[in-house]
Design a protein around this ligand. Sequence first.
Ligand code: F6R
Length: 241
Amino acid sequence: MTLHIFDTVEALSQAAAVLIAAKVLEKPDCVLGLATGSTPVPTYEKLIEMNRAGAIDFSRVTTYNLDEYCRLPEEHEQSYHRFMKDHLFDHINICPENTHVPDGNAADPDAEGIAYDAAIAAAGGIDLQLLGIGRNGHIAFNEPCDRFIWHCHAVKLAESTIQANKRFFDSEDQVPRMALSLGIGSIMAARQVLLLATGEEKAEAVKALVTGDVTPMVPASILRHHPNTVILCDKAAASLL
Ligand code: F6R
């Protein structure tokens, strides 16, 4: 695991975008694992700029997103389907049919999870997995728990996640309580992991990830066993190291 600390979110996002662009240049038909949330937004902006400038070509890239809220229509402005279109897919030359987000409205979430894991495996696995980190150490929506859950699964969101994500909704009541999330297994199977953490509200989680025990109570801590993980933090997120 390597850790880089940046003075600004701008510098961190530039570095993250360069690492993703390097993967696409090295392997034009690569499979990217993508995240939603506030943290990757400036990185996506840089990727859009690079694509518009002709520096990277997404036409052969395939993407799989980490998660989606359950029982939120895909067109809802806070769905992760919508988020990815608004913040990335609608602005780059990616083929829409090559982009994948779990179906949070699937009648049978277990079957959807099995199909999603199988689709990733059939695509050859994830070459580069982009991650944010929750204030409680979650990655995707793998919340603190008594065990690591390996497969794509439906998950009840932790209270701290509901509190953190209510900023995106008109009221706390509207925050979905369940999500469909990639499991720890697919994240650990990614050939490279790139975790971004910005802001002081992530400092405790980053400290636990970097210096604490490997435990399902801090799901991100499993990355200490991943052979190729790069963590990019701004100074605030790294302030307790
Ligand atoms: C998003 C995801 C989550 C977020 C995390 C941090 O797809 O899987 O794990 O990365 O909740 O969210 P932000 O970046 O909004 O602080």
